[in-house]
Design a protein around this ligand. Structure first.
Ligand SMILES: [Zn+2]
Length: 391
């Protein structure tokens, strides 16, 4: 058997992934507002220089999705390498290196997005370039799909889904940080905004009012103590509930007639979001029926399905074999605590795994940084995955 192409990738080429990552970190794409346009254009320019096809797909404002491809022979479905181009803000805590420096220091590239997930994006692109440079034609399209907005509302992934962007796709590899493990599952998320409407009164006569804060607190306590039914998952932590924000009331001596809270529920694949929502609304209705003048509005913000790929599915076993060959060691197979654009893609039924450079615990943290060695290994691994699935 001929030497696999990933094994001929040079240090110069993996160095290109580090340089591209540094460039992408310097092009801040903090969301909100996003500003992913500069990142998309920089990646597209490099991709074309490397002989790949690249195009920008307008979504909103100057925030395009990005498509890069190495066309295949049409004998197999496409493999999508998926990454988002926005980042979270750097936060208030001072960093050891400027969060937008892309500094190379101590064997790491430092900066916001190094791990989540400009590192994965750069490694995917350089892997595609390395394969193209060697004249390789995949049996199916090899595509990079760069999405905007993952850190806020996943509008980029929704646009891909709603514009038939997954037609003809057989596999998805999401390059979120996995510490080079293979992540086969992550929990879903439902974000709720709950508004309680009561009745105001003088603070000295609370019995004449309906206290929106107290009634919302009752609903929130129930929500946190309630065990929505679920089946345990071998790769995932149990479901969780977090009350993230609350605001209400105008003055100490006034009965508040309005209170708003936001709640983040993380769910397992066995849980139905519609059922959870029905339970919450049923309880709200029950509380309303015993308190005249009380009314709740329950609105859904994010609604992100869980991702679950069986560990014996070929996409898991094949990527595991490819990664093992590229890294010289068997990768672990596990679940992740975070969610990804994969939740938006999951209802399509296309099998997916998450694999990327960087320690996921550093995502969204100060001093976010990725090991240069991880970048080199990820370039090899993405090329190996493509060769295995499309060769
Ligand atoms: Zn991410």
């Amino acid at each position: 058997m001929a030497m696999p192409l990933f094994d001929s990738i040079t240090a110069h080429e993996t160095g290109e992934a580090v340089e591209l990552l540094q460039e992408l970190i310097r092009l801040r794409s903090v969301n909100p507002p996003g500003n992913e346009g500069d990142v998309a254009r920089a990646v597209a320019r490099r991709a074309r220089d490397w002989g790949l096809n690249a195009s920008l797909v307008p979504v909103v404002d100057d925030r395009p999705n990005l498509l890069v491809s190495l066309p295949g022979a049409g004998e197999r479905p496409a493999l999508v390498l998926s990454g988002h181009t926005d980042t979270v803000p750097p936060g208030e805590t001072p960093w050891e290196h400027d969060p937008f420096s892309g500094d190379l220091s101590d064997g790491h590239v430092w900066g916001r997005g190094a791990v989540d997930m400009k590192g994965g994006v750069a490694a995917m692109l350089v892997a595609m370039a390395a394969l193209a440079r060697r004249g390789w034609q995949p049996r199916g399209d090899l595509r990079f799909v760069g999405t905007i907005g993952e850190e806020v509302d996943c509008i980029g992934a929704e646009h891909v889904r709603d514009t038939d962007g997954l037609a003809g796709v057989g596999w998805i590899v999401i390059g979120e940080p996995s510490n080079l493990d293979i992540v086969a599952a992550h929990r879903g998320a439902v974000w709720l905004e709950i508004v309680a409407h009561g009745k105001t009164a003088h603070g000295s006569m609370p019995h004449l009012g309906v206290n929106a804060i107290l009634h919302l607190a009752e609903l929130l306590r129930w929500l946190c103590e309630r065990r929505f039914p679920y089946e345990e998952h071998p790769l995932l932590a149990p479901p969780t509930v977090n009350v993230g924000t609350i605001s209400g009331g105008v003055k100490t001596n006034v009965v508040p007639d309005r209170c708003v809270a936001t709640v983040d529920l993380r769910t397992l694949p066995s849980q139905d979001h519609a059922e959870i929502l029905r339970d919450v609304r049923d309880l709200a209705a029950e509380l309303e029926s015993t308190t005249p003048g009380l009314q709740f509005d329950v609105r859904v913000g994010n609604d992100m399905p869980a991702v679950e790929t069986p560990v014996d599915h070929p996409i898991v076993t094949e990527t595991r074999a490819a990664v093992a060959a590229a890294l010289g060691a068997e990768p672990a197979i596990r679940g992740a605590t975070y969610y990804t654009d994969g939740g938006i893609f999951a209802p399509s039924g296309i099998p997916m795994v998450i694999f990327g450079p960087g320690d996921d615990k550093l995502a969204h943290q100060p001093n976010e940084r990725v090991e240069v060695d991880h970048m080199a290994l990820a370039v090899r691994a993405y090329a190996a995955i493509a060769e295995r699935l499309l060769g």
